[in-house]
Design a protein around this ligand. Structure first.
Ligand code: C2E
Ligand code: CA
Ligand code: CA
Length: 643
């Protein structure tokens, strides 16, 4: 059957078209993404039924494939989820944040954990690489950039760098950043990704006290100095001098706990915004935004008051001694952090030389003092290298017998520029630096032969003593006695011809130990004299409890005694006390006859002073020093002395 082109189909044609159309309409659902249906046809036409059947086969195959794909996807999802959880677990266990740098796009994506580490909201952050670098401490920025680009250029195996970054609260944190580059088959870098760990605890905090540490102080100082406008500033450092006392006979953890508790209490006495930082050697620091001493007092006095209170540890009370140093930077002063730190260190060092509890402020004169100390140390080292230590001798005169009871060995240094230098210019530095010990050994090698010198023996007999000064440090050195005995043996002199002079301050730091040392010396036949008695905080207890042969009364009690009646009372009382305790008495610093006369009235026999002789080298002593004629004992009149 044929029909004209353009005319509608009729009969069987029309039926076939309608059936194909119906199948097409049903397949539209498949185009919409629904495959779970079967194509239907009412037609008896074999071709149509075949078409519907084939469509249903195809749909079946598609359904199966989709089902398999979905199953695979579900399995994949489960695996991804498991892996993500595992990774998250690892990252949260290590406290790490994750970053990813898309190199072509130029942005960095940061994980929520990373954001939280910096105190920001815990959402994923995306920012430009430059913005990211901008958070880094200016001093670290170029190093970080360098590390990234080196790895990018294939010059390093990985990025592994630590830097400081400011968190959302404005505080500096220390971060360890690690990363690796992913490259395409031609080696071109596609992206870099890695982790970030907060190492602030390890790097910026002090393990013993838990306070921020010296590195943190450096950050703070730079930041405060760099601020514009900048307020006046003070760097305060204080040092606990005897923390060892806390640990004495106590379990270490207990002592540390006690120390931490005290430090926490100190922190609480400070204004909340002032950080207390822990530095080495039990030193603490803070930066205050003020420069007036009265205001500093207001902040520091409560802290100092607390420091003066004892720490209780296992039912025992321990008093901690402290000193402090302050360096002020006034409003418009330009100063580097290094110089500021130096000034505070110097102020603290100067406070250490003073009494406990002292607060020292940096000043120009301190700088000069430091220069002097530096020069003195150089001079000492020069003298030691060139054997430039000289022994001067000053007689201790027995005025009743008209003999020399002994000679004090006094140290001088030979300096190529300054000539002969007196101890006033170097002894303090020598003690502080520990150089006093080698100086002393050189002095001993000159002083001991004096006892055997024929000229000395001829002029002053066979029984005079050599009296030698010991520094506080030496007295605490357990090898001291050994050294002295060895020196005596080396020079073939008897220990009984030796006297040591120790000061009260030397004994004060550890009286029990000093006492034991002195006792051992006396057992070895060496005589012990307390030097400079009456010059410092004289403790009468020491006069009675220390193993002493002789007390040397200090020049300060003697000065002007002949013209000041009140001083006479004091000196007379001190002399009487020493005599009562049956110590030998030497009065030092006697410069005039009037004083000799007074002393003799009070029964003093032994005098050392310019009135009889200044310290001088042995050769000069033999040649020039004339012993005085014997004086009658106490009660004789001034006329007796005329001869
Ligand atoms: P010091 O042990 O009290 O020694 C006495 C000091 O007083 C000496 O000063 C002496 O010259 C001075 N002096 C003696 N008589 C008079 C006087 O009548 N008037 C006045 N104004 N001064 C008098 P020098 O030799 O300068 O020694 C000063 C200090 O240096 C000594 O005081 C001692 O503390 C220390 N020193 C000296 N040699 C040594 C040493 O070998 N080792 C140690 N550790 N210190 C030493
Ligand atoms: Ca002395
Ligand atoms: Ca003295």
């Amino acid at each position: 059957m044929s029909r004209a082109p353009g005319s509608p189909p009729v009969g069987r044609d029309a039926h076939l078209v309608a059936q194909i159309d119906a199948i097409g309409n049903q397949l539209c659902q498949a185009v919409d993404g629904t495959f779970d249906f079967y194509v239907h046809t009412d037609s008896d036409e074999i071709a149509i039924q075949k078409l519907a059947q084939l469509n249903n086969f195809t749909l079946d195959a598609v359904r199966r494939t989709i089902g398999e794909l979905e199953q695979a996807r579900r399995e994949l999802e489960v695996r991804v989820e498991e892996r993500t959880q595992r990774l998250n677990l690892i990252l949260s266990a290590t406290n790490d944040g994750v970053w990813e740098w898309e190199i072509d796009a130029g942005h960095v994506t940061l994980s929520p954990r990373w954001a939280r580490m910096l105190g920001q909201e815990s959402a994923e952050i995306r920012q430009s690489f430059e913005m990211w670098l901008g958070l880094i401490h200016p001093a670290d920025r170029s190093t970080v950039e360098h590390a990234f680009y080196r790895h990018l250029d294939g010059l390093s195996d990985a990025v592994d760098i630590e830097y400081r970054v400011r968190n959302a609260r404005g505080a500096w944190r220390m971060m360890l950043c690690r990363g690796l580059c992913q490259r395409d088959e031609r080696g071109r870098a596609l992206r870099m990704a890695g982790t970030l760990s907060d190492t602030t605890e390890q790097r910026l905090s002090d393990p013993l006290t838990g306070l921020p540490n010296g590195a943190y102080l450096d950050l703070l100082m730079q930041e405060k100095l760099g601020g514009l406008p900048r307020p006046p500033l003070s760097l305060v450092k204080f040092q606990l001098l005897n923390v060892a006392q806390l640990f004495d006979g106590v379990a270490v953890e207990r002592a540390i706990a006690a120390l931490r508790k005290r430090v926490q209490a100190l922190r609480q006495r400070l204004p909340a915004r002032v950080a207390l930082m822990a530095l080495p050697e039990h030193t603490f620091a803070m930066v205050l935004e003020l420069d007036a001493v009265a205001e500093l007092d207001r902040v520091l006095e409560p802290v100092e008051a607390l420091l003066a209170e004892p720490v209780e540890i296992e039912g025992r009370l321990v008093w901690l001694s402290h000193v402090s140093g302050v360096a002020i930077v006034s409003l418009h002063e330009a100063i580097s952090a290094d110089e500021w730190r130096r000034q505070a260190r110097l102020a603290l060092a100067s406070a250490r030389q003073s009494d406990i509890g002292t607060r020292c402020y940096y000043s120009e004169s301190l700088r000069q003092w430091e220069r002097h100390q530096g020069r003195a140390e150089q001079m000492i080292r020069g003298a030691l290298a060139n054997r430039g230590v000289c022994c001067f001798l000053q007689p201790i005169v027995d005025i009743v017998a008209g003999t020399a009871r002994g000679f004090e060995a006094l140290m001088r240094l030979e300096d190529p520029v300054e000539g002969l230098v007196n101890p006033g210019a170097f002894v303090e530095v020598a003690e502080r630096t520990g150089l006093i010990a080698p100086l002393w050994e050189m002095l001993m090698d000159q002083a001991l032969p004096v006892l055997k010198d024929p000229g000395m023996r001829e002029r002053f007999g066979e029984t005079f003593l050599i009296s030698i000064n010991l520094s506080p440090r030496q007295l605490m050195d357990s090898r001291l006695l050994e050294l002295m005995l060895a020196a005596c043996a080396r020079h073939g002199v008897a220990q009984s011809r030796l006297q040591v002079e120790v000061t009260e301050s030397a004994v004060l730091s550890d009286p029990a130990r000093a006492s034991r040392m002195l006792e051992r010396m006396r057992e070895a036949g060496i005589q012990v004299a307390m030097d400079d008695f009456g010059s410092g905080y004289s403790s009468l207890a020491q006069l009675t409890s220390l193993p002493l042969d002789t007390v040397k009364i200090d020049r300060s009690l003697v000065l002007d005694v002949s013209t000041l009646p009140r001083k006479q009372h004091v000196l007379a009382a001190v002399v009487a006390l020493c005599q009562r305790l049956e110590h030998g008495v030497v009065v030092e610093g006697v410069e005039d006859w009037e004083t000799v006369r007074l002393l003799r009235q009070w029964g003093v026999r032994e005098i050392q002073g310019f009135f009889y002789a200044r310290p001088m080298p042995m050769a000069q002593l033999i040649k020039q020093f004339e012993l005085p004629l014997p004086l009658a004992a106490a009660g004789a009149s001034a006329n007796d002395a005329a001869g």
